[in-house]
Design a protein around this ligand. Structure first.
Ligand SMILES: C[S@@+](CC[C@H](N)C(=O)[O-])C[C@H]1O[C@@H](n2cnc3c(N)ncnc32)[C@H](O)[C@@H]1O
Length: 241
């Protein structure tokens, strides 16, 4: 079974409980509130928002849908995207430009007609970046199209790890194990769940090495919000003469 089929299978069934707000520990509910606020402040700086790991539109869409920008929800789970599309059609106000696309973010080139280079941000809510099977493939793909990044994630401290365990246990997603690795803290389950909280210095090196200027907001205990903006001098390979 390919890695992305396994991810889709997990999120289509058991993984749905990870977005059941009635199962959230209070600190996770708090994390989502803070994430929404920061996302709503960041998005207006861009012409296009790609929400990566948008699920069925339950995460950032409610806070960015009122903004004057093009919104594109992206998720590998085609069923979630189908539900999201129905919602977009139902809520359409006759003007807003909103799309929902079933796609692996590593293939973001498929959206090149919607991407405005240097005016587009890929927003990864609720640790969707930590769920990627190929984070470096995703970064390369976004960088090649001059897309900025914004990532909501957990810290790697013992208290953040304990909070994640409590969140995953409450969601009854099976037996979850966690391991400490050089790049961060990884939670896995036999059912196909795989979620990293990457260390700040690891993410910083990955992003700076690709020409981004990186700002990490670690002021909220247990959570981190990372904004990576392309440096002025950086140019994608496609733009080079
Ligand atoms: C928003 S994250 C939730 C993670 C969870 N809250 C945690 O703590 O790890 C999960 C979503 O990311 C999506 N996803 C995973 N890998 C993806 C990829 N390569 N491209 C697009 N979406 C992806 C999944 O299908 C799922 O809907």
């Amino acid at each position: 079974m390919s890695q992305s089929v396994r991810v889709v299978d997990f999120y289509r069934q058991t993984g749905q409980r990870l977005i059941d707000t009635s199962r959230y520990p209070e600190r996770i509910a708090e994390y989502r509130r803070v994430e929404d606020d920061i996302a709503a402040q960041t998005a207006p700086f861009y012409q296009v928002v790609l929400e990566i790991g948008c699920m069925d539109g339950c995460l950032l869409y409610p806070v960015v849908r009122g903004l004057a920008l093009t919104y594109v929800g992206v998720d590998v789970d085609a069923h979630a995207i189908q539900r999201f599309r129905a919602r977009i059609v139902e809520e359409w106000d006759g003007t807003a430009i909103r799309h929902a696309v079933a796609l692996d973010v590593s293939d973001v080139g498929a959206l090149s007609e919607l991407i405005v280079p240097r005016r587009t941000v890929a927003m990864f809510p609720f640790n969707s970046f930590g769920n990627l099977q190929s984070p470096t493939g995703a970064l390369d793909s976004l960088r090649a199209h001059d897309v900025d990044l914004w990532i909501g994630t957990y810290q790697t401290s013992p208290s953040a790890t304990e909070l994640r365990r409590c969140y995953y246990d409450n969601a009854r997603i099976g037996v979850v194990d966690h391991t400490e690795e050089d790049c961060g803290v990884l939670f896995t389950s036999a059912e196909g769940f795989k979620s990293y909280a990457y260390r700040g210095d690891f993410l910083r090196a990955q992003l700076e090495g690709r020409g981004y200027e990186v700002e990490i907001d670690d002021t909220h205990a247990d959570f981190s919000f990372i904004h990576a903006r392309l440096r002025e001098a950086a140019r994608s390979t496609e733009e080079r003469p």
